[in-house]
Design a protein around this ligand. Structure first.
Ligand SMILES: [Zn+2]
Length: 382
């Protein structure tokens, strides 16, 4: 049936029939969206997006499936809510819970978790039930009343090809610090606007990080919009078989809760921490902070701090982008990059430059799964 026929047929419908059919289509649309979310859940469980060279499920849905950023955000957040509270899927399909409110609920629960508070499943169920049949603004108001201390969700809006509008809340303490900074910069930057102050701070921080990582300034400044956050700072050293909890797992909910890191994935290795960590995982008597150089053969399982010069070489070799590649598609993420051994130390890999690569945290976790197996990484897949 072509479009014209549909159009003609609609003209023949009575208003009552038209209304009935429209309601059926809306119901069908919800059913199909729920089905899509179900498929996304499976793709997420399999980490298929990582295999295909995307650094996140969000990136996969926008680039591979072609959905808008907003539509993706709502579906991915709803997916996470439905995983946590399966009954919300039924509420969505029945039309009592909108996709927008499902996404708001999930963001609310994530913000609560990030604040350090906890909510039981029963408490979450009760909140989700209360959100049913509410408009977006009613949902906003209800969630605000439940936790007025939580910061409001950050928003970014494209105003033009060269301008964006950012919206976020800050603490009174931070606001006072900004005012103090404005005063101190009174001579060099009189009447600086907030945007000018942020640019000043960002440029200063970027310059330091670029220098530390051996990158040309233009590399970081040309970040894709998805990768505007600065590269990850110091990560705790850990053995390949040691989990490290990531409490800042937002990023549209794509960062895994747990991950595997190597000691040499640090930007600035805290030596005391390295020794402490290694002491828990290595046989007694082994000195961890061995002198390290390119090509030095090291015993299996020993984690070492790579020389800064070598780290800069790895970053430079990779152009400061994730080097994971699948069938010609390179991840290229600039977010949360880590230095990784192509052949792991545990399996006899060397510390030579040729055995080192730069990969994003999610692909590092993906490699760990390939090395250790899905069973051991079940928590990563949540
Ligand atoms: Zn990657």
């Amino acid at each position: 049936m072509n479009f014209m026929n549909v159009k003609m047929n609609l003209k023949t419908l009575t208003s009552s029939q038209l209304l009935t059919e429209t309601k059926m289509i809306v119901s069908e649309e919800r059913r199909i969206t729920a089905k899509l979310i179900e498929h996304l859940t499976e793709i997420n469980q399999r980490l298929l997006f990582l295999k295909l060279g995307y650094s996140s499920l969000f990136e996969f849905v926008t680039k591979e499936l072609g959905l808008s950023e907003g539509a993706t955000q709502r579906r991915v957040q709803a997916m996470r809510l439905m995983q946590d509270l399966p009954e919300t899927r039924q509420a969505y399909e029945e039309g009592s819970l909108s996709l927008s409110n499902a996404a708001k609920l999930q963001s609310h629960f994530q913000a609560i978790k990030k604040s350090g508070a906890t909510k039981t499943i029963e408490e979450k169920k009760a909140i989700a039930k209360n959100v049913e049949n509410k408009s977006q603004s009613e949902c906003d108001q209800m969630l605000f009343r439940l936790a007025p201390e939580l910061p409001k969700p950050e928003k970014t809006k494209i105003l033009s090809p060269t301008a964006r509008e950012l919206k976020f809340s800050i603490s009174e303490e931070l606001f006072k610090k900004i005012e103090r900074l404005r005063e101190l910069l009174g001579h060099s930057h009189p009447n600086a606007t907030l945007a000018e102050l942020i640019e000043l701070l960002v440029n200063s921080h970027l310059t330091k990080l670029e220098k530390a990582k051996g990158l040309q300034p233009k590399m970081v400044q040309k970040c894709d919009e998805r990768d505007q956050k600065p590269a990850a700072k110091t990560q705790k050293s850990a053995d390949l078989n040691q989990k490290s909890t990531d409490k800042n797992s937002d990023e549209m909910g794509e960062n895994p809760k747990t991950r595997y890191v190597n000691a040499d994935q640090t930007d600035k290795v805290d030596k005391s921490n390295l020794v402490h960590t290694a002491a828990k995982t290595l046989p007694a008597g082994i000195e961890v902070m061995l002198p390290v150089g390119v090509g030095v053969a090291l015993p299996v399982g020993i984690r070492v701090a790579l020389p800064s010069a070598m780290k800069r070489q790895v970053w430079s070799k990779a152009d400061g982008r994730c080097e994971y590649e699948y069938q010609g598609r390179r991840c290229s993420s600039r977010y949360q990059l880590e230095i990784d051994h192509v052949n792991s130390l545990a399996l006899g890999g060397s510390n030579e430059l040729s055995n080192l690569r730069l990969i994003c945290r999610n692909h590092n976790g993906f490699f760990a799964i390939q090395t250790l197996g899905l069973a051991k990484m079940s928590s990563f897949r949540k």
